[in-house]
Structures are given as C-alpha cells and as structure tokens.
Ligand binder design. Structure first.
Ligand code: ACO
Length: 405
C-alpha cells in the first residue's frame, strides 16, 4: 500500500476545515449576522425592527424577494399563500394510514414536501429556467402547505379529525386553528399567543449558512428542484445539534423536575462539565442572541395569558435567572439562546415537544426558498463538490472470502 505522504504529494494541497467553520462557501445577500454585537439583519433590516413592525408572511416576502413588498405585492403574495393553504385531496390519504401513528413529524414532513412536487409537475422539471419561471407559485405554495402538513401530522398522530384551514384567518392563527380547533369547538387564541407564534416563525426565517440551509444550497447546486432541496433541508434540521435543540431544552427541564426540581444542581453539573445546559450558548453569538431577547418578552406575555401551573416552566424561569447571575456563565458569554425561549412558548401554548423541530421548519422555509433562488439564479454556478483528506490505504489486495478467517 502507498503511504500517506506519497498520496498527499499526488493529490496536491487541499485545505482541511472540518465542519467548514472558517470557510465561506458562497456569496449571499440574504442575511447578515454580527455575532460579537449580537445583531441579525434580514436583507439589511434589523431583526428587532421586523419583530416590532412586520409579520412572518411580510418578512418571508422580504427574505425571498430582497425588499419589503408594496401594498399590492403584499396582497398578491398573501392571496397566493392563502389559496394554497389546502393540500391536494389525494395527499390526505397519507394521513389516513399512510404513516404509522409513531412516525416522527420530521419524517412525515420531509417525505411529504418532496412528494408534494409530484402533484405539480409543471413546477418541477429540474430544468433551471423552467423551474424559475414557476418560482413565485412554488414558493407561496411551499410556505402555505408546510404549515398545513405539520398541523395535519399532529392531528393524525393524536387520532384527531383533520381540520381544514379557514379563509378568514392569518397565517399563524390558521395554524393554531388547524392544530387545536375541535369540530364543535373553535379555538380562538389570545392575541399574545398568535403574536408569539408569528414571532417564533419570523425569528427562525433565516440564519445564513447553518447546516440545513447549506444542505439546501448543496442540493440546489446540482440543479435539483425547489421541493427536493427543501425536503433535504428538513432532514438536516432534524438533528439534535441543529433544529432538534429546542426539543432538548424541554427534555432537560423535565429531567430537572423529575429529579426533584433542584435547579442549583443542574447549574453545578453544567459548571463541572457533566451536562451542558441546553438552550444556553451559541457558536456565533458571543453576547445575547438577539432572537432570544425578543422571544423572552413574548414568553413572559404568553405565560401570563395561559396562567401556567406547569412546574417545568417555573424551572425554566428560575434556571435563566440563576445562570444570569453566575460567574461561570457570565465569563463564557453563555446566554439563553432562541431555542430556550421558543421551547418555553411552544410548551406553554400546548405544542407537544415532538413537534418543536417541525415548527422550526415552518419558520425556516422562507430562508431555504431564498437560498435555493440565489443558487438557481447564479449566472455561472458550480456544483458544490468539496474535497477530502483521505486517511485510508490504497492498492489493497482483494482477499478471497475463504482466506479471510
Ligand atoms: N452549558 C454549560 N457550559 C457550556 C455550554 C452550556 N450550554 N455551552 C458552552 N459551555 C462552556 C463549555 O464547556 C466551554 O467551557 P470551557 O471554556 O471551560 O471549556 C465554553 O463554554 C465554550 O464552549 P464551546 O463548546 O467552545 O462553545 P461553542 O461555541 O463551540 O458551542 C454550542 C456552542 C454548541 C451552542 C454550545 O453552547 C452548546 O452546546 N449549547 C447547548 C446546546 C444548544 O442550546 N444548542 C442550540 C444552539 S442555537 C441554535 O441552534 C438555533
């Protein structure tokens, strides 16, 4: 076998940057993060401004098309989203025995988003120019239907009758309706609950080259259609180190509760490196995650509205308070991140923990769509094809099976 030094001399120089922590893989005009100052901008607009003045749907337009919509553009976009709220009637069969009750919402979501494309063959040709021609329809369709699919998967898994979206409800309110209304009992959420959900979606709408968005771009770079690309994004988001972290926050809080609710012990364990506090710290933000700042306020409002008596939510508040005054967390810039407060809000409004990551996917859809578009519109785009530093052997003999024992 050839030794590694010889092999390296043959392949030439390759940069090793495991996890691409330091590699700019593309140029983009969508989102800017200043991790030192704790700033996040969508198309240049500060996230705080959007949280205060905009909605998830208007922000989705901004992210996808690069500028805030005029009144007319907003109305057209909202109408397109509304018209697409139902899923094709034959897709309903997926919720009627197509998946076992135990199926994870993310498995259902990635499968259905990809198959959704096959119901719209005019939009999915894998021919760049053609797919771009139908982009406006496909984008609005995905933003609308991802929400319906998530709500339907919740109802299926809980043996509840499937509820259709209503024409007169806004995006987030329609989602809450599809989740929680009963055939003879409509669910009318408090405004603070609808606003908190809309904020969660808005604040998750894009975050530059995270794992799922990079995945969408990589798939798109091969020329694959929008539906296939965002379906791959869902798979990447599923992992506990990415979108799955919000689920881990509640699991950790429940474990503290099961062990007698001793918050000090959880903090001491984290300081001794036994267990990390889930929902604390961030790779890029070395100060407060600006999204967490906004959601913290929303969470306080929601907890007041639901008058929660859930001990897990009390534990969350105590934990955040104690960590805020502890030198270990102060010195290491460990603040609660967006997952901490989005988890608290979702738990308080009754979304089961298993659904949290699928909720994240609804929010991230505009970002994935915008990145797909950016890749598809490149004049001279190359397929993404990283190299590797091979560490194995070469020229190994084939040994026959009988000689291998
Ligand atoms: N709890 C306790 N200690 C922590 C935590 C935590 N959550 N996070 C980091 N630390 C400590 C580390 O032990 C280390 O201490 P040391 O200097 O004494 O060795 C120091 O802080 C720096 O830690 P790093 O691992 O270098 O920080 P990094 O930036 O690589 O990690 C990460 C960021 C992965 C988010 C980390 O903070 C973590 O694991 N947090 C918990 C999981 C989580 O909430 N993930 C969601 C991220 S947000 C999102 O994905 C939307």
């Amino acid at each position: 076998a050839i030794d590694i030094a010889t092999l390296r001399s043959r392949t030439g120089y390759i940069t090793l940057d495991e996890g691409f922590g330091n590699t700019g893989a593309c140029e983009s005009k969508i989102t800017y993060i200043d991790g030192e100052k704790g700033k996040l901008f969508y198309r240049g607009v500060p996230i705080e401004t959007l949280a205060e003045n905009s909605t998830f749907i208007e922000t989705a337009y901004l992210i996808i098309y690069g500028e805030l919509p005029t009144r007319r553009q907003m109305s057209d976009f909202s109408q397109r989203v509304l018209r697409n709220a139902n899923i094709h009637e034959s897709m309903m069969h997926f919720f009627d025995g197509g998946f076992p009750f135990s199926a994870h919402p993310m498995a259902i979501l990635s499968a259905l988003l990809n198959s959704l494309g096959s119901y719209y063959p005019n939009m999915v040709t894998n021919e760049r120019e053609h797919d771009l021609e139908y982009f406006d329809d496909a984008a609005a369709l995905l933003i609308s239907k991802v929400r319906t699919i998530v709500a339907m998967s919740y109802r299926m898994k809980n043996g509840l009758p499937l509820i259709y979206p209503k024409r007169d409800l806004g995006y987030s309110q329609n989602f809450l309706h599809m989740m929680f209304s009963e055939p003879y009992h409509e669910y009318y959420p408090h405004d603070d609950i609808t606003k908190a959900l809309d904020l969660i979606l808005l604040l998750h709408a894009d975050h530059e080259q995270n794992c799922s968005t990079s995945t969408v771009r990589i798939v798109a770079s091969s020329g694959a259609n929008l539906f296939a690309s965002v379906s791959a994004g869902v798979c990447a988001l599923w992992g506990p180190l990415h979108g799955g972290a919000n689920t881990q926050v509640i699991k950790m809080l429940e474990e503290i509760h099961r062990n007698g609710g001793d918050v000090n012990k959880a903090i001491e364990d984290a300081k001794m490196g036994k267990k990390r506090l889930m929902g604390f710290g961030h790779r890029i933000y070395k100060t407060y995650d600006p999204r967490a700042m906004i959601l913290k306020e929303a969470a306080q409002k929601v907890l007041k509205v639901v008058k929660s008596s859930d001990p897990v939510l009390d534990i969350a508040q105590t934990l955040a308070e104690k960590a805020r005054n502890d030198d270990y967390f102060i010195e290491r810039n460990l603040y609660p991140n967006v997952d901490f407060y989005s988890g608290i809000i979702m738990k308080a409004i009754g979304v089961p923990t298993e659904m949290f990551t699928a909720m994240f996917a609804i929010g991230r859809m505009p970002g994935w769509i915008a990145h797909w578009k950016e890749v598809a519109e490149r004049v001279k785009g190359r397929i993404t094809r990283p190299r590797q530093i091979y560490q194995g052997e070469i020229d190994v003999d084939y040994m026959r099976m009988r000689d291998r024992e």
